[in-house]
Design a protein around this ligand. Structure first.
Ligand code: GAR
Length: 196
């Protein structure tokens, strides 16, 4: 069976990328292979994680006017079947998302449709959840379309909010209990479907 060719797009620390790399090593992710990691930030620690795992990397700054064209060119050159947004902090245009319809997935640190859409990313999501006083939050992996965080939901997992939580402690719990398991599981589900 041919494996799905996976490119992971990142912007920061890359703990979700690490979860994907570890899942490939352990066999949880076996229908796809991570062949390329692209960052819009040249100082993203995620790039170091990719290099340590022997994965090809590229940096394409999103400030450039032809950012999406360059991104598409790099992804096509790599013959990418599946694009995984793992802490990728750029909103992609409809031109881009329709080019790769049902071939882009994203992990978001809340139970969509709560605390999502433009402006909700990273710690801001957890800050908003704490301000609202929700007792349960979580993470979602979904297909990416032209609506920010609006594509079809693939997997979700709930995580308790605990008394005394800060955005940082809540972020960590949501990553540990939800994101790092959901994203590899969803990557395997979609890779298996693509490579059938
Ligand atoms: C993760 O919590 C991810 O869900 C979130 O940013 C963090 C990246 O961490 N993504 C978004 O908020 C996207 N809207 P990482 O770089 O350690 O994987």
């Amino acid at each position: 069976m041919n494996k799905a060719n996976i490119a992971v797009l990142v912007s920061g620390g890359g703990t979700n990328l690490q979860a994907l790399i570890d899942a490939e090593k352990s066999g949880v992710l076996h229908s796809g292979e991570i062949t390329l990691v692209i960052s819009n930030k040249e100082d993203a620690f995620a790039l170091t994680r990719a290099k340590n795992a022997g994965i090809n990397t590229a940096v394409i700054p999103n400030k450039q006017p032809d950012f999406e064209e360059k991104l598409i060119a790099a992804l096509e050159k790599n013959k990418t079947d599946l694009i995984i947004l793992a802490g990728f902090m750029c909103i992609l245009s409809e031109r881009f998302t329709s080019h790769f319809e049902k071939r882009i997935i994203n992990v978001h640190p809340s139970l969509i449709p709560s605390f999502c859409g433009e402006g909700f990313y990273g710690l801001r999501v957890h800050k908003a959840a704490l301000e609202k006083g929700v007792k349960v939050t979580g993470a979602t992996v979904h297909f990416v379309n032209e609506i920010p965080d609006g594509g079809e939901i693939i997997l979700q997992k709930a995580v308790d909010v605990l008394p005394g939580d800060t955005p940082e402690t809540l972020q960590r719990r949501v990553m540990e209990q939800a994101e790092w398991h959901l994203l590899p599981a969803a990557a395997e589900l979609v890779s298996a479907e693509i490579s059938r």
